[in-house]
Design a protein around this ligand. Sequence first.
Ligand code: HEC
Ligand code: HEC
Ligand code: CA
Ligand code: CA
Ligand code: CA
Length: 465
Amino acid sequence: MKQKLWIAAALIFPFVLLATGGNAGYDTKAPISASPGGDTTQPTRGKNSFSLPAANINRDQLRIFFFGNKLFNTNWVIAPASVKSLDGLGPTFNRVSCSGCHLRDGRGQPPTEKGGEFLSMLVRLSIPGENEHGGPNPHPAYGDQLNDRAITTIPAEGRVIIEHTEIRGQFADGTPYSLFQPDYHFADLAFGSLEPEIMYSPRVAPAVFGLGLLEAISEEDLEALADPEDADGDGISGRINHVWDQGEKALRTGRFGWKSNAASLLHQNAAAAAGDIGITTNLFPDQNCPEKQNACRQASLGDSPELSDEFLDKMTLYTQTLAVPARRHAEDPDVLAGEALFRDIGCAACHIPTFVTGNHPTLSILANQTIHPFTDLLLHDMGDELADGRPDYEATGREWRTAPLWGIGLVEAVNKHTRFLHDGRARSIEEAILWHGGEAEKAKESYRNLMASERGQLLAFLNSL
Ligand code: HEC
Ligand code: HEC
Ligand SMILES: [Ca+2]
Ligand SMILES: [Ca+2]
Ligand SMILES: [Ca+2]
């Protein structure tokens, strides 16, 4: 009997600590302010709402920010060119600039016409097995990403065509809705079939503001939020993705990418330069030419590295200090009612509203900020329909990082579209909710069961972010 009591006390004690707050830097109940980026928050400015420097940036940092902005918008050219510091495009690539996909620092979308070319999304590839760091195993002929463009002297790898099937459903009150289920086909493959063993993952470019604040969320908070075995029995089991960081040369907690498959912005940016544009850095010094692509290897002409450490650091500060835009209509009664519904029906269990950031590794302006990103940066099983079937480090083929929701109501103003989720299949915020499954099935069902007026309030809240 005595022993049982001890066990019970040992089990309950940690929960009491958590429930009473302890030192936790996150909160699911605190009211949500109009400044989701803390002191970095900037007023909205139409289509430039994602492109402003953090409001608390200092003058030296601002100079670097503007230079980083230039690099982010640079159209890289084939080497050798007259400006040596900005050549080395390809040999294969997806776009010639970062902003080609992250248009106005915002998000990409699938092609708008049937069979249209990819302008702001890409397809990751791998075959079964793991690479030397436990990450995705690249395809011997196509690598870890389908590069749908190339310099003139060599072939592009191929392209992807999207087709849609319409799925019909209805809300509990009988109102009908329809969803677009995408179906992907490879075409014009230059190095033979990708079947039978290829695993692929189509992903749109996410927006790039507020990311330094996500980098400053403390490790302890993410560990406290993670519940891999669902010990508290709420049906939600967030997991940390441990991923190789090429800057630290170690496994680190993943925070960026649709599967939390990158741990730092330095790594993410250098990987994007190599994989998306064909630009080498000291972090990734090899040209993006898989073993079977001889012409690719012979075509690499840029200086090594094509992007210097100094420029990579400046580009990284840029992606760390893009401001989070202020909320609109935060005090509107419908928005406040929607905020209450967001918590009541379980959205806030994954889309964690509030964190106080810890220290940032390089930028003190990002430390100790009360922020509202609406993510736990953790992996969740989102069900069969959203599954890509392609593991990414510890993320399974059914798991995705909780997408941050800050700024989501401004996507239309900035990017002139409302395509959501990892592959942009959702045509509206509401469709994104209706695709939720797996651990989020219960919250999705609760949404489907709301009255039309309540659904409107929840959407008014999301549009105020
Ligand atoms: C071909 C389109 C494309 C280009 C070009 C591109 N990106 Fe991206 N970017 C993406 C996609 C897709 C993701 C999500 C990646 C994933 O889930 O693995 C991403 C993710 C990111 C992220 C993480 C965002 C987040 O919310 O986690 C950053 C930062 C980033 N890119 C920076 C850059 C930089 C810097 C460049 C230029 C060197 C660049 N990107 C070029 C498509 C692109
Ligand atoms: C179990 C965790 C979980 C719960 C609960 C949850 N979400 Fe999500 N949410 C996610 C994940 C993971 C994604 C990314 C999925 C993807 O891209 O395939 C996401 C994506 C979204 C998106 C699209 C964001 C974007 O950038 O494209 C919206 C909007 C959203 N959720 C709203 C909600 C709302 C509203 C609720 C409550 C009804 C909710 N979510 C409940 C985990 C969750
Ligand atoms: Ca190159
Ligand atoms: Ca490739
Ligand atoms: Ca749980």
